[in-house]
Design a protein around this ligand. Structure first.
Ligand code: PRP
Ligand code: ZN
Length: 302
């Protein structure tokens, strides 16, 4: 297997401007990366870690990682899927690997028709002209249902295709639904649920780069965990301890401490790997817990 060249800095490809940009940069900042932006504004140079961020078109991210120009990429599952299908069709082996799903960029790839058009999924797809930037996914969907339709490829502004008379319907990303509404289109069926994901090159890295890569991946994992995690402290009657600890969401072994001067009560501290909602606190109170405090967790490393 080929190993990466002399460049010991990790390169991460991130969407230049779009729904993932801000969240992606925020994730890296939370991992402790501080950076300065290059003159061309297309590269952010890491100042405190050997990590640089390349700001590129999201559609280019899988190939950049595939070709080992970048070691990591943050990109939507929609792009990963389209790109994987294209590679398969070209007889190319997909080399990049998905490391983890991220907690932002949720959207869906859906079919939409001009408002008021009668539509029955999937049969109504037959014989239609469908405008999309995801021709492979749409073709695969049609094949899966054994239907024939004409896929019209648009690289952007897919929503205007029906009003231009270029298509009967579209297949595009929907998040809030505002874009469809603005173009008098109606969502009729979802093809793919998407969110951001982290991909990496399978190319072996040199020892120093590998160490930084492992560090970064561990920090990303930590950031993802921390967002949901809470530290909870409460007082519990000894007799209700079992019931109370069972109510703590996603906690492993809690710490139990005696309370000075009392025999029948203990203090319980636990890290909950899920958010703690009011309902849980109310149930805990009913079970006998008191003096409850829920604190955010700032950093986590396991
Ligand atoms: C998608 C899609 C729509 C919009 C839908 O574009 O093409 O234009 O988002 O979002 P809404 O339902 O919240 O209105 P995106 O911003 O991902 O850009 P791109 O597809 O051109 O990369
Ligand atoms: Zn795009």
């Amino acid at each position: 297997m080929k190993t990466s060249g002399t460049d010991e800095r990790i390169k991460i490809a991130v969407q230049k401007s779009g729904r993932l940009t801000e969240h992606s940069m925020d994730l890296l900042t939370r991992c402790g990366l501080s950076y300065s932006r290059g003159k061309d504004r297309l590269i952010c140079y890491g100042e405190n870690m050997p990590i640089d961020v390349l700001l590129v078109r999201d559609d280019d991210i899988p190939s950049l990682v595939q070709e080992d120009v970048c070691d990591l990429g943050i990109v939507g599952l929609n792009i990963i899927e389209e790109c994987s299908l294209a590679m398969r069709a070209d007889g190319e082996t997909r080399l990049f690997e998905r490391v983890t799903s991220l907690d932002f960029g949720q959207c869906r790839l859906s079919f939409a028709v001009p408002r008021g058009t009668p539509y029955q999924h999937p049969d109504s797809l037959a014989g239609k002209r469908i405008a999309t930037s995801y021709p492979r996914i749409v073709a695969a969907h049609l094949a899966q249902h054994g239907l024939d339709a004409k896929v019209v490829v648009f690289s952007g502004a897919v929503e205007i295709a029906p009003s231009l008379g270029r298509a009967d319907m579209i297949c595009d990303l929907v998040s809030s639904g505002e874009t469809l509404k603005a173009h008098d289109l109606q969502e009729v069926a979802t093809v793919l649920e998407s969110r951001a994901a982290l991909i990496r090159t399978p190319i072996e890295l040199g020892p120093e780069k590998l160490q930084w890569m492992q560090r970064l991946l561990q920090r990303i994992e930590g950031v993802l965990q921390v967002k949901e995690s809470k530290y909870i402290m409460l007082h519990a009657p000894r007799a209700a301890l079992k019931e109370i600890t069972a109510l703590l969401p996603g906690s492993e072994a809690p710490t139990i401490m005696t309370l000075e001067g009392t025999e029948d009560k203990v203090a319980v501290h636990a890290v909950c790997r899920e958010n703690v909602f009011w309902e849980t606190l109310e149930q805990l109170k009913e079970a006998g817990a008191s003096s409850m405090l829920v604190l955010p967790v700032e950093k986590m490393l396991s």
